[in-house]
Design a protein around this ligand. Structure first.
Ligand code: ADP
Ligand code: MG
Length: 346
């Protein structure tokens, strides 16, 4: 008979709680890039530079020209559930920002060495801030010269979570996860100019002109962008716009389909199916289009609070949305609309 020993309940330290949350939100270097870029976009940045070393495992440095963080709020930003994006329960049902959980920075901080250099543009603060933390412990929080926007550097990711570090296999794979994150966000936010530098070499640069077709050209090349048809459809609840490839331009998997919902890249099997349905018999079996589908919806009808990474969204009236997407694509592929549309200038 096993001895039943009483184990006392204790409340975990904040650092430990953050580390547990990090297990969900921060899977790999690309997750850090995603969260930091979302923060830059939420801060209304128009130019963001992502500089990484060793596919982000050694360092990830993200520099934005956004609104910055006030001197007396920088340390708070490292606390769990601390956010400037929602205030009460009602806000949870009308989320317009990419972030809202107040989890990314504390999670990242708990598994890395983090440096934040930031200031706000207005004169409310006389100085900026330089904050340094390691494994979630703040080591330094000092006034610093004013700068434009925010620079966040994440070094030695997973230095204190050896199991996570072991699970990372190849630098090449991590780099491609990072470029995928940047590509999707540049399609979701054509108004932002992104630059990716890996080990000192520029890998990727987007125009930031605000034009989706130009963003598509940046990601998939100009000749592909020229073979994309504009789509547009709306009902009372949804507005669907975007670009889909001509039926002759296909790929062997669904990775070239990007579904955006209120500026967020989401994973949604049903919408993917609705896109393919729009092609009817025009697609060969096992082939998939290149597509960027931009859905605008009243935030009240979308529940983003499903998963910590916010890639899954529950949409009410999803069936209506699917039909709308399918119809928009069908319409664009009609022979009479096909030609002039395809010749649209890039
Ligand atoms: P969330 O994005 O869910 O609010 P985060 O942990 O990602 O939570 O960030 C916490 C807070 O720090 C944000 O709400 C925001 O106020 C501030 N912040 C983080 N990154 C930036 C940035 N690049 N520019 C301006 N403010 C930022
Ligand atoms: Mg965030």
């Amino acid at each position: 008979i096993q001895e039943k020993k009483h184990r006392t309940i204790i409340e975990l330290s904040e650092t430990l709680a953050n580390k547990i949350a990090a297990g969900e939100v921060i899977e790999r270097p690309a997750s850090v890039v995603k969260e930091l870029l979302e923060n830059a976009i939420d801060a209304a940045a128009t130019q963001v530079t992502i500089s990484i070393e060793e596919s982000g495992l050694k360092s990830i440095e993200i520099t934005d020209n956004g609104e910055g963080i006030a001197r007396d709020e920088v340390a708070l930003a490292l606390k769990r559930h601390a956010t400037s994006k929602i205030k009460d329960v009602d806000d949870l049902f009308r989320i317009r920002t990419l972030g809202f959980r107040g989890e990314a920075l504390p999670s990242i901080a708990s598994v890395s060495e983090l440096t934040i250099n930031t200031s706000v543009a207005d004169n409310a603060d006389v100085s900026g801030t330089l904050l340094v933390a390691k494994g979630g412990q703040i080591l330094q929080n000092d006034p610093a010269p004013k700068r434009v926007g925010t620079q966040i550097k994440v070094e030695n990711l997973f230095f204190n979570t050896p199991a996570r570090l072991k699970y990372i296999k190849s630098l090449q794979a991590e780099l491609s996860h990072i470029t995928d994150v940047i590509n999707r966000l540049s399609l979701a936010h054509p108004e932002v100019a992104f630059t990716l530098i890996n080990d000192g070499r520029e890998m990727l640069k987007t125009a930031g002109s605000g034009d989706l077709r130009q963003a598509i050209a940046g990601v998939y090349g100009i000749s592909t962008a020229k073979k994309m048809l504009h789509i547009s459809n709306a009902d009372l609840d949804f507005e669907v716009t975007g670009y889909v490839s001509l039926p002759e331009l296909t790929r062997a998997n669904r990775n070239y389909i990007t579904v955006l919902l209120n500026g967020r890249y989401i994973k949604n099997y049903l919408i993917n199916r609705a896109i393919v349905d729009g092609y009817g018999s025009k697609l060969m079996v096992g082939r998939f289009p290149i597509a960027v589908i931009d859905i605008k919806i009243d935030p009240f009808l979308a529940d983003v609070n499903v998963h910590p990474t916010k890639q899954e969204v529950r949409i009410s009236k999803e069936k209506d949305l699917m039909l709308l997407v399918t119809k928009a694509i069908k319409q664009a592929l009609q022979p009479e609309t096909l030609i002039p549309n395809a010749l649209e200038n890039l």
